[in-house]
Design a protein around this ligand. Structure first.
Ligand code: PLP
Length: 370
């Protein structure tokens, strides 16, 4: 039996999302920009999906722009957000533990003459609001900090950071990469003071290839992809209605955060009581657990788990073999980083998945000692 515990990398598409996408492909295949009946019915469906997703995000419908993925949302927010503010300054504050989608956008801005301060998080993996304020200058045009770290499950207090930053420099844009936060932690876009928020469908049981960017009303940022007048002229390209329908169906599910969090707590308790040398990061995200078996290599453990149909990852799925910069930045010793595994929980997991994981790790230990 399969035990899929890599839900921070991506989630299984839920039946509701599959059905919605299929319905659109078979029935609502008109181009939402066409003026005939098939186009108008597709457009109507598009807008009803936008309303469902923006309700889930706590934004107005006209603040939600569809993109192809979380990466595109991050690129657009950071690169064009900074360019929109260029006349006010060239300084950006971020952290050393962001996802590559943010890191590479910042690298690009640096190559164009922007100055980037990358703050180191504390040992819990969080960036303190005070540290952000200490670096803020009149020249700072953007603060970009992730809501939930994809490797550790650490959570940044975006609301407090936004409030403090805006008190000192009201013009400074706040961007948060909420790809791992959306429908995993409780927040409302209209409430946290962010100007730009990135989200992605495949982390919440929709399909791959759909994301969105929240752009607060009144903010004037240029299109990242130009062409037709879709998405209010800000994101060209015929709308991916099947994916959007799947995204909206996934947003309509009860996120079951409590159930997911109780699975994480159960995993911590079972793992630590059965494998006393196991280390873990005690972080608040309900769905991400970073563990380590010091002295082991993550790849060896992953292969062993895979042979029992247990799927986890080493760190971020995008890292592909490189050592995790996130775990390095929070100061973990090398032997802990080298034996790290990331467990990602979802609504479709059960205690049995965790029991199988624990059994397999105990067996691994026995095999090594024999
Ligand atoms: N930001 C974070 C924190 C992520 O975890 C990911 C994906 O792993 C992304 C951005 C990129 O999202 P996508 O895969 O939709 O491009």
């Amino acid at each position: 039996m399969e035990h899929y515990l890599d839900n921070a990398a991506t989630t299984k598409t839920c039946k509701e999302a599959v059905d919605s996408a299929l319905f659109v492909m078979e029935n609502l295949y008109g181009n939402p920009s066409s003026t005939h009946t098939k186009g108008r019915e597709a457009k109507k469906h598009l807008e009803s999906c936008r309303k469902i997703i923006s309700d889930a995000l706590g934004s107005k419908s006209n603040e939600l722009y569809f993109t192809s993925c979380g990466t595109e949302s991050d690129n657009w927010a950071i690169v064009n957000g900074a360019e929109a503010m260029r006349r006010y300054g060239n300084h950006i504050i971020s952290s050393t533990v962001e996802h590559d989608a943010v890191r590479k956008s910042l690298d690009l801005l640096e190559s164009r003459g922007y100055k980037v301060t990358r703050l180191k998080p504390d040992e819990k993996g969080e960036v303190s609001p005070e540290k952000v304020i200490d670096c803020l200058t009149d020249n700072t045009i953007m603060v970009s900090l992730m809501m939930v770290n994809n490797e550790t499950g650490a959570i940044n207090d975006i609301k407090t950071i936004s409030q403090l930053v805006k008190n000192v420099n009201h013009r400074c844009l706040i961007h948060t990469d909420a790809v791992q936060g959306f429908l995993k932690v409780n927040f409302k876009a209209c409430d946290i003071g962010a100007d730009l928020i990135s989200i992605s469908g495949h982390k919440i049981h929709a399909v791959k290839g759909i994301g969105a960017l929240y752009i607060k009303n009144g903010l004037n940022i240029k299109p990242f992809i130009c062409g037709g007048s879709q998405e209010n002229g800000l994101r060209a390209g015929t709308e991916a209605l099947p994916q959007i329908a799947a995204f909206s169906a996934a947003c309509s599910l009860n996120p079951e955060i409590e159930k997911i969090y109780s699975l994480k707590k159960y995993a911590i308790s079972e793992l630590t009581s059965n494998i006393p040398e196991l280390k873990y990061l005690d972080t608040p995200a309900p769905h991400i657990l970073s563990i380590s078996m010091p002295g082991w290599k993550s790849e060896v453990l992953m292969n062993l788990l895979e042979s029992r149909e247990i799927y986890v990852s080493k760190s971020s799925a995008c890292k592909q073999g490189r050592r995790s910069h996130v775990l390095e930045e929070i100061g973990l010793p090398t032997n802990v980083i080298d034996g790290a595994l990331r467990i990602g929980f979802s609504r479709y997991n059960s205690k049995e998945d965790i029991d199988s994981l624990v059994r397999a790790l105990i067996e691994a230990k026995k095999l090594r000692h024999n």
